[in-house]
Design a protein around this ligand. Sequence first.
Ligand code: NAP
Ligand code: MG
Length: 489
Amino acid sequence: MATTEKILDFNSVWEYSPAPESTDHIKLDDKYDLFINGEFVAPKNGKYFRTENPATGKKIAKVAEASKADVDNAVRAARTAYNKYWSKMPAKERSKYIFRIARIMQERSRELSVIESLDGGKPIRESRDIDIPLSAAHFFYYAGWADKLEYAFPGRKTKPLGVAGQIIPWNFPLLMAAWKIAPALATGNTVVLKPAETTPLTAMKLAEIIQEADLPPGVVNIITGAGETGRAIVNHPGLDKIAFTGSTVVGKYIQKTLAGTGKKYSLELGGKAANIIFEEADIDQAVEGIINAIFFNQGHVCCAGSRLLIQEGIADEVVHKLKNRMETLIIGDPLDKNTDIGAINSKAQLKRINELVSAGIDEGGTVYQPNCTLPNSGYWFKPTLFTEVSQSHRIVQEEIFGPVLAIQTFRTVDEAIEKANNTPYGLSGGVWTDKGSKIFKVTKQINAGIIWANTFNKFDPTSPFGGYKESGMGREGGLHGLLPYVELI
Ligand code: NAP
Ligand code: MG
């Protein structure tokens, strides 16, 4: 796949003046406690950990580390709230509370966007235009379902499960909290939610919003901590359901732990999605889509298009155009409105990306990175693509969760489908072609929960999201997203 034409040096052609979003309007405390039973309470063991800004490596705040005793308190509060208030409340009253959360989120969206970018490293453009509006939209959407469950499941009655334990990752912190809490509340459950250790701050802001919305105490409890806190939630006997988004390794641990307990669970796990470009596709449109599919949110996206399959006849042209486009990507301050690629979420994640990229080079892959400079402090990784890789290479098989694209070619439609499906995962995929019939033929044969055609990474609360195989079970979003929280009678 030799590229003969010269890659353009766009950096010398134009430069943008910085356009940083202001942080004057946000209020952050030095210390965050646990949100249990409608109040902020100190952790029983008095332990706190630091959350930092990955773009600088500097501490933002101290956050409480919930122990088993705190998890127990939160579960008890959620149980009491379920018995006393939430299960007794008419559905249309429940929905008013959920609407209220959505509206306050909208009112505070600017503050939430800035905090999301500060704590997690993602570009402000994404937090502002995607994460926060979609989070509010999720609450609005499920508020609408709360008193219409009989239409969601015609001919059946629904019963809430009770108390749900919910554990979420760091890549879309507030959005994942919304995906978990909104359908649980709409169906009449109460919750104990744990955000990821590296991105707890918007969840704590959500706790403030829930307090402001005046939800009965204990209906939503938000407790912070690392893996051990998550483990204590999974093992707590007082929960009726576990909803988890995160790695396949932890997902398997949850399945093993819950086997035989009768508890319900839903899992949204990893992915290794393939984008397939056929030779009749609009190449410029496809290139823009591929860039979005893998470099959006630094590739910290479970459904990222981290593999690219290009039909042989157009491979040189596509790779050349991708490299040119990569030269124009702006990497740096997440709070700058021009930034395309922000900081890697944590030191640990950067280490993992470095490890897998080194493995790709050792295994004989050809690596390409644009000619850009990275900031001196914080955690950063250049957008990267690999050619000359094969199915057995680790970078083709393993989830990298970083801005790294592995490119392969194919000749026939069947070969593309076979390669796309040759993975233990089955979360998402993409097809680029101007032939409608081919879209239907190919997408039907790809084993993935979400498949985009001539676009990528488009989300909507009305649309179900979830995986096959090692990418998980159960769906979030849409009316499908109600099912994991109800018993049908
Ligand atoms: P992770 O290590 O599995 O962590 C996810 C959450 O589980 C975090 O809150 C984590 O706590 C907690 N946790 C860790 N060990 C646990 C245990 N033994 N028991 C219970 N909870 C535990 O995943 P991650 O590295 O943060 O997130 C990246 C992964 O999430 C990727 O594999 C990605 O594909 C997947 N993901 C999937 C989706 C989807 O919808 N399918 C969406 C987003 C991400 P701490 O982080 O605080 O230690
Ligand atoms: Mg952080």
